[in-house]
Every structure is written in C-alpha cells, then in structure tokens.
Design a protein around this ligand. Structure first.
Ligand code: HEM
Length: 514
C-alpha cells in the first residue's frame, strides 16, 4: 500500500522523491497501526465495518434503535461482540463482577468525556458520574455518598408528598373533570424533575404548575443527549467537533444549559440569605444545603464540588427516574391483569395504606409491586449503551478469552437484562410474575444480572432515591385513579444513550373510594 501511495504521488508529479519518502513512511505507519488494532481482536466476531472504525457504531447510535441492533448482533454472534477496532461488548451476566468490580482498577473509558460540557478555557470539572480518574472520583464521591443511603433518602419523603399534592391538583383540574386525553409520559417527567428540584434546591422548576416544558429545559436536555449519544462512541470526533475553543465560539453547547441550572442555584443559595432551604419534619434539608455544609467542613474538597454534585443530581437523577415510572405505568395500563393484581395487593384488607399517598414504610416491601418495578427496571434501562471500561494493566480474561490492557470492554444493560438463560425465553416480554417464581437462588441470580443501575464500584448512587420516588408515585396513581389507555400504539421509544419514551395517552377518573 505504501509503495502504491508513492507511485501515485510521483506519477502525478506532485511531490519530490524526499516528500514521497515521507509519505511512504506515514502510510506505512498508518497501515501498521490499523493492522495492529485490527489484528489484536481479529477472532472476536462483529459487523465488518465496526472492526475498522468507531464511526460505524456511532452511526448505529444515531439511528435511535441501537438497543435492538446491538441485541440482534449479540444473538447472531454470541456473548462477545466486536463493536469497534478496540471495543468489545460483553453479554454474559457472569462477567459483571469481572468488568465492574467493587475495588478500583478497572476505570471508565473516554466514553464519559462526552458528557462533560465544554466551557470557556476548557472542560467543566467532572461530576461523580463522569470522573475517570479514580483518585478524583473517590475524593468527590466519598463525602456525599452517605446522603444517598436509604435511611437518609427516606427523610425526603415529605418533599415527594408535597410534589404529589401539586401533581394531583393539576391532574384533577386539567384532565379529570374534563375527561381530556393527555400524555402521562410528559406528566411523569414533570413530576420527576420537580421532585429532584425540590430535593436538591428546595425549588420546583414549574413544570407541573404550567403543564409545559418551562424555558425548553427538557427539550434542551434531550438535544444534549442526541448529540452526546453518538459522540460517546467516537471521543476524538467529539473533541474535534465540540470540545475546543474554535468550535465553542460558533455554537453554544447544550450541556452548558444544564450546568447553568446547577450553577445558578448554587450561586443564589450562597448569595441570598432568604434562599434558606426548608427542612422536612425529619429535619432533612435539601441536598444543596448538605453539599455546602460538607464543603465548609472539609476545606480539602475542591471548591467546585457543590456545583458538580448539584449537576449530578439534575443530569443523572431526574429523567432516568421518569423513564422507570413511565415503563411501569405504561405496562400496567397495557396489561390490565397486572394492573388488577397490583390494585388487589394495594387494597387488600390485611394491609392498611395511608391516603391519599401511601408512606414508604407501607409500600417498601409489597411482593407484586416489587415484581412490577423490577420488571420495569429490567425491560427499559434509561441508560442504554455499553457502560465502557478500560482493561487494566496485566489484562483480563472475559468469557474464557484474554484481553490485553487498554482494550475497551462494556456491557449493555438492554442486552444483559434480556439474557435468555437467566430470565427465560420470554425475556423480551412484560411478565412481573417471573420475579415471584422459583426459589430464592433463582431470584438472586436475576437480581445480580440486572445492569440498569450499573454495577460494582461505579454503581448508581441515587438508586434508593429513585426507587423511593417510583414506588411512591406508582402506588399513589393506582390507588387514586382509574386509567383508560386511549391509544396504546402512540407509545414510542427512542435511544441516544438516554433511552426515553413518549405517548402514554390516557383518560383518568378518580377511583370511587378515593
Ligand atoms: C431509575 C433511575 C436511575 C437509573 C436507572 C440510574 C442509572 C445509573 C447508572 C447506570 C449509573 C452508572 C453508569 C455507568 O457505570 O456508566 C448511574 C450512576 C450514577 N447515578 Fe444514577 N440512575 C438513576 C437515578 C439516579 C438518581 C435519582 C440520582 C441522584 C439523586 C443518581 C445519581 C447517580 C450518580 C451520582 C452516579 C455516579 C456514581 C459513580 O460514578 O460513582 N441516579 N446511575
């Protein structure tokens, strides 16, 4: 190939023999580099073009259907699938502890840089979720991790009840009396954002009161995801197109808008004495008050920490929770037998649930509710591309094959959560009953194979907060309203790493006894 390049260049008379020599050298180095990269993983099956360039899988992500496409590739090729010159997707849940261990030493890949907004003079500081440097990750995560424990999260329950009040008032006023059809998917998103705003800065964004996307914040976040999704697959292209001073001068990155929401709230709290946080009856203040207190007590914590902690809550904790609420509600409404069984469980005379909204302690361990939430979490993971990690020094063996250090490996929650040998041949279907069948060992195996909240050291910090919100709203809605799913076909899903849904078109009326 190098010889050919020189021949062409000389024949065209465009360069001197010395220039030709340099060209040959460059072409040889390039060919050697490509061949070496290709060769290293040559035995791992996958689509032809994916073996040559990361652009191929970026193109798949751009289709919005990457979950189905990657699943089909795994069905065709098996547990190991080559999705890039240096990237392998792994589908066997037995490998979860290998790729996502509890100890440090299996770091996140460049994938995560795509989420860090570019700001003037360089990138914004990394959040807990995006930090790739494991020392830095420990420094910014350890001080706040206890705030997300279940015992602490539960103290926020009054905040959720307060937002439930607003939601129910709006649903009654706008849709119950008029019997107007509306998109429950939108309202669950409004609810999740306003809950996280209340928990984080004692402030609602106003989505519920206005019934719309105030200041286009939600659209901006989705547009950010549409850009970021494909860029996670080709970090060099992201740097070229978005993360440099030249490109930043042409356009405003949408990630900045979300960062700005966090920054405005931190600045307001620091500046305004009358912006004091409210405390719940359990003396729980909002996250921001706790973040600022932690920083004040630990001068070694970076100055910017409260900002990135707040940013983490907004970006990682609002839309994701809304997605699981939607999956649960849509499937309950599309499967009336599931809804009837859940309603029976909630109205069983043997248990007493508080009205209008059950308390967490009353719904934390209801078998059929748990089965429905587990099934929703399994079927539709809100973050839905392989969660990429870099093989550490010394290499690692996965599915019996040794991988050199530096190889990028990852597991896709959508694919792993449908592992047939673990979940059964009906793994694509909604069937909460699967969580109630078999022995404890089978159930534990299924739970350990769910990748929706990630796994190991970098597992989701906000899982308890999310489950608290989800169980609270699902039980409140099912107990208080009768739903009619007006157009089941209106429900559509779209994946750009963030895996969202739209179109839960319903009519509601109050249950007679509520
Ligand atoms: C159903 C809702 C949620 C889902 C499915 C979810 C999912 C995830 C996943 C998959 C990861 C790990 C990503 C990776 O390894 O690449 C993660 C990390 C994280 N999540 Fe969540 N999340 C949810 C809700 C929340 C909430 C409510 C909060 C905050 C209140 C939150 C805060 C975080 C943080 C801070 C991390 C980074 C943890 C670390 O890197 O150490 N998440 N989440």
């Amino acid at each position: 190939m190098a010889h050919l390049v020189q021949e062409i260049a000389l024949a065209a008379g465009t360069i001197s023999p010395a220039g030709g020599g340099i060209l040959v050298l460059l072409a040889t180095l390039c060919s050697w580099h490509l061949l070496r990269k290709f060769w290293k993983l040559r035995d791992i099956p996958g689509p032809f073009w994916a073996k040559l360039t990361d652009l191929y899988r970026a193109g798949i992500v751009k289709t919005g259907r990457s979950h189905e496409i990657f699943q089909a590739y795994h069905q065709k090729h098996g547990a190991l699938l080559r999705l890039g010159p240096n990237m392998v997707s792994v589908a066997d849940p037995a490998e979860i502890p290998v790729i996502y261990p509890m100890r440090p030493g299996f770091p996140k890949g460049e994938f995560y840089d795509a989420f860090i907004p570019y700001i003037k003079g360089g990138s914004a500081p990394p959040a807990i979720f995006t930090a790739r440097d494991e020392e830095l990750h420990k420094r910014i995560k350890s001080p706040v991790a206890p705030l997300y424990s279940l015992s602490n999260a539960v103290k926020s329950e009054p905040f959720i009840d307060e937002v439930l009040d607003v939601l129910f008032d709006q649903l009654d006023a706008r849709f119950e009396k008029s019997q107007a059809t509306f998109d429950l998917a939108d309202w669950l998103q409004f609810f999740a954002f306003d809950v996280m705003g209340t928990m984080t800065f004692s402030r609602r964004y106003g989505f519920l009161e206005t019934g719309r996307d105030v200041q286009g914040i939600l659209a901006t976040i989705w547009n950010f995801m549409l850009t970021v999704g494909p860029m996670t697959q080709v970090p060099w292209l992201d740097k070229l197109l978005h993360k440099n001073a030249v490109m930043a001068s042409f356009r405003k990155a949408s990630g900045n808008v979300i960062f700005q929401i966090a920054a405005d709230n931190v600045a307001r709290r620091k500046a305004e004495a009358n912006d004091a946080p409210r405390a719940t009856e359990g003396a729980k203040t909002d996250f921001l008050a706790e973040f600022l207190k932690i920083q004040a007590e630990n001068p070694s914590i970076p100055q910017w920490s409260p900002l990135v902690w707040t940013f983490s809550n907004v970006i990682a904790g609002s839309d994701s929770t809304a997605v699981v609420m939607r999956t649960t509600m849509y499937n309950l409404l599309a499967h009336p037998s599931s809804l009837a069984r859940l309603h029976r469980e909630l109205t069983d005379p043997a248990i007493t649930l508080s009205r209008p909204y059950p308390r967490w302690a009353e719904v934390a361990n209801l078998p059929y509710l748990d089965a429905c939430v587990n099934e929703a979490v399994r079927l539709h993971p809100p973050f839905c591309l392989p969660l990429e990690r870099v093989v550490p020094t010394g290499g690692v063996t996965i599915c019996g094959r040794f991988f050199e250090q530096g190889t990028v490996v990852g597991m896709n929650p959508y694919v792993v959560n449908r592992h047939r040998a673990t979940f059964g041949d009906d793994a694509d279907d909604w069937r909460p009953e699967r969580w109630l069948e078999g022995d404890e060992e089978r159930r534990r195996r299924m739970e350990a194979a769910i990748m929706t909240f990630g796994a190991g050291r970098r597992t989701c910090l906000g899982k308890h907060v999310a489950l608290l919100e989800i169980k609270k709203i699902v039980t409140a809605l099912v107990l208080n309203y009768e739903f009619k799913l007006v157009d089941p076909k209106a429900y559509v899903v779209e994946n750009s790493y963030f895996f969202r849904q739209r179109g839960i078109m319903v009519q509601i009326k109050r249950h007679e006894r509520s």
